[in-house]
Design a protein around this ligand. Structure first.
Ligand code: FES
Length: 167
């Protein structure tokens, strides 16, 4: 179903936080700390659908000084320092958090740490691969995905397995 579909190109990022659930995230709200989003697409009949029935669709969206973004971040998939990643830990599927005062993303379950300025590479703990980046751009007052996860998210053993699923 559309609610369970993965994040797709053209989806709008909306707040996952219950207090603002479903509201489109404005580019002006972004900071170095992740705002947690779900992708909102459309059902076959054109009605908007928040793809929240698949918990692994949680996305963290950030804005950094563009000069701070370094490889392996795919800069062509960012927009003026705005960058988006899966927010599902690749170790065992918990939901990491940005901590005030630190731009490192921390997983509460087994202390996995990720660096969102460097492609969400693993800085510490048991995860063995980054949380994958998605293409994103600001469009008016909204954030729109320009791709799904660029590499395999939690639950997929390899990029090939993920690409086969996306097809
Ligand atoms: Fe994140 Fe284990 S689930 S470190």
């Amino acid at each position: 179903t559309a609610e369970k579909a993965p994040p797709l190109k053209g989806d709008v990022l909306v707040h996952a936080d219950p207090a603002k659930y479903g509201q489109p995230i404005k580019p002006s709200e972004l900071t170095e700390l992740a705002i947690v989003a779900y992708p909102m697409g459309k059902a076959k009949d054109g009605t908007p659908v928040i793809r929240s029935a698949e918990p692994n669709n949680q996305i963290g969206v950030y804005k950094f000084d563009p000069a701070q973004l370094k490889a392996p971040t795919k800069i062509e998939d960012t927009d003026n320092g705005i960058v988006a990643y899966s927010n599902t830990c690749t170790h065992a599927g918990c939901f990491p958090k940005s901590v005030q005062g630190s731009a490192i993303v921390n997983c509460p379950c087994h202390s996995g740490q990720y660096e969102p300025k460097e492609g969400c590479r693993v800085l510490g703990g048991p995860p063995n691969k980054p949380m994958p980046q998605l293409g994103v751009k600001a469009q008016g007052d909204q954030l729109v995905l320009t791709s799904s996860f660029l590499t395999s998210p939690y639950g997929y053993k390899s990029d090939e397995e993920w690409e086969a699923y996306l097809k």
